[in-house]
Design a protein around this ligand. Structure first.
Ligand code: BES
Ligand code: MN
Ligand code: ZN
Length: 492
């Protein structure tokens, strides 16, 4: 898709989007050709329309040689715009064009942009590419064409900033769509081995380094918690290790990014219901977010060092599977009573985290995981849950989330709830039971970060949507790619 700032108006504009603030002043729209302006005026005389935030109206117009479709988009009070709202507007206006089968759009923004040119370009490109995304490769009658070009029509003192923003937004969106693809692929396509192979290809293409460990090596380094989860599956586990070196200063330690990589979660012997199982191919959305982030940061050439770990496996049932009641020894040495085989994510994560902390000596630990149904219950599917032991890191994450428009909210990590994961026969148990389930999962992981600054992101609710809205199509959202990328930029 071409996205650019138009230099010269053309005669024919297939589809036109006009974005106006609450004053609704059509005369304030710069460069809008007179015949289109008149056609809109006529429409507004005959139809009730208020330029309130996110009011969108589309109609075909009869100016055959000049224009086919018009989309009116209300902005409301432009001073109240933020990144998330502007993404919603761009995405919904562009969706209206797509519904009319438009291919080439001319976008006329007539409102004071409070965010600056770089962000404006970034948000436009990102929204267009994210809203246009489809996962339809398995459908014979899938639509093949979508938006081909978005031209921004506006007066700017310099085009440098907006063009830089468009370039950036494209990188953020492409990496997000890559993560979406991986999450949308079913578990018979994305398994631990193919996920590792995909990571290898991406590493080669984008110039970061990669290493992959199989079961023998995992046994030698005593990753028994991870191995216990993987044992019930015919698919061998893979530990995927990635490193990106953007900061030449050798004293600069890596930031650890750990993504949950369950390519399928049946629950193991504490089996899920059919309803609970159907979307469990998405249980590697944390891993996909880490992979997307590696692609984005290597394309942006960020001056940071990052170490990524994905413990990829399946949680299945078989004669080899782990039992409820087993006691296993994690790589860190702490013993864990498995009181629920469906609380498997944290078992894989803590071995991955221990590897990053002990072998790579990462300076910070950031984990991202579709970890708990409790996080979905608490915050729904629009807000990711975060937990941390470090206010500076948490505040940076909040700032990054403001920038990318991804919503996050912190849950508390009071010591009192550690009691819920104390075991009678081991150091810890893996499930804290029904109370405060998102918090006890976070506290369990915190026991393994070796007091390093830690940020935990539970995306169980936000990794997947069952209907399209704004920048999200139905299916995988690619949540976390933009947040992690922006956070690493702020940690540069
Ligand atoms: N992968 C699930 C969490 C999940 C639930 C993700 C719903 C997306 C949507 C995780 O492995 C899990 O099963 N968690 C259990 C933990 C419990 C047994 C302590 C849960 O949340 O029910
Ligand atoms: Mn589970
Ligand atoms: Zn899971």
């Amino acid at each position: 898709m071409k996205i650019d700032l138009l230099r010269k108006l053309t005669e024919h504009m297939e589809s036109v989007i006009v974005m106006i603030d609450e004053k609704g002043d059509l005369d304030s729209v710069e460069y809008l050709p007179e015949n289109i302006r008149q056609a809109i005026q006529l429409y507004l005389k005959q139809n009730e329309f208020k330029f309130e935030f996110n009011r969108i109206r589309s109609f075909p117009i009869v100016l055959p040689k000049h224009c086919n479709n018009v989309v009116l988009c209300g902005v409301g009070n432009a001073k109240e715009l933020n990144g998330a709202k502007l993404r919603t507007l761009f995405a919904n206006a562009l969706r209206a064009v797509m519904k009319l089968n438009g291919r080439e759009v001319y976008l006329f923004p007539a409102f004071a942009n409070p965010l600056g040119d770089v962000q404006f370009g970034h948000i436009l490109a990102e929204s267009a590419l994210l809203a246009e995304y489809k996962f339809n490769k398995y459908q014979a009658d899938a639509e093949t064409c979508g938006l081909e070009a978005v031209h921004l029509v506006m007066e700017l003192k310099t085009t440098r900033h907006i063009n830089r923003g468009i370039l950036e937004g494209r990188i953020f969106a492409d990496a997000t769509n890559l993560a979406r693809d991986l999450v949308n692929e079913p578990a018979n396509v994305v398994n631990p081995d193919t996920l590792a192979e995909t990571a290898r290809k991406l590493a080669l293409k984008h110039g970061f380094s990669i290493d992959v460990f199989g079961p023998d090596k995992l046994r030698r380094i005593k990753m028994d918690a991870f191995l216990a989860v993987a044992r019930g599956s015919a698919a061998e586990p893979r530990l995927i290790l990635m490193s990106y070196h953007g900061n030449p200063d050798s004293r600069s330690k890596s930031i650890g990014l750990i993504g949950k990589g369950l390519t399928y979660d049946s629950g193991g012997y504490c089996l899920k219901s059919p309803q609970g199982m159907v979307n469990m191919k998405t249980d590697m959305a944390g891993a996909a977010a880490v992979l997307g982030t590696f692609v984005a940061i290597s394309t942006l050439k960020l001056k940071v060092n990052v170490f990524g770990v994905i413990a990829a496996c399946e949680n299945m049932v078989s004669g080899h599977a782990y039992h409820a009641g087993d006691v296993i020894r994690s790589m860190a040495g702490k013993t864990i009573e498995v009181n629920n085989t469906d609380a498997e994510g944290r078992l894989t994560l803590v071995d991955a985290i221990h590897y990053a902390v002990s072998k790579e000596r990462v300076s910070k630990v950031i984990d991202i995981a579709t970890l708990t149904g409790a996080a979905v219950g608490a915050l729904g599917n629009q807000i990711s849950m975060v937990m941390s032991n470090n206010d500076a890191l948490l505040n940076k994450a909040k700032h990054a989330a403001d920038f990318t428009g991804e919503l996050i909210w912190q849950l508390p990590s009071h010591e009192e709830y550690l009691d819920l994961i104390k075991s009678d026969i081991a150091d810890l148990k893996n499930s804290g039971g029904p109370l405060a389930g998102a918090i006890t999962a976070g506290l369990f992981i915190r026991e393994f970060v070796d007091k390093k600054p830690w940020l935990h992101i539970d995306i169980a609710g936000t990794a997947h949507k069952d209907r399209e809205s704004g920048i999200n199509t139905n299916g995988a959202t690619g949540v976390g790619v933009r947040l992690l990328t922006q956070l690493l930029r702020e940690l540069e």
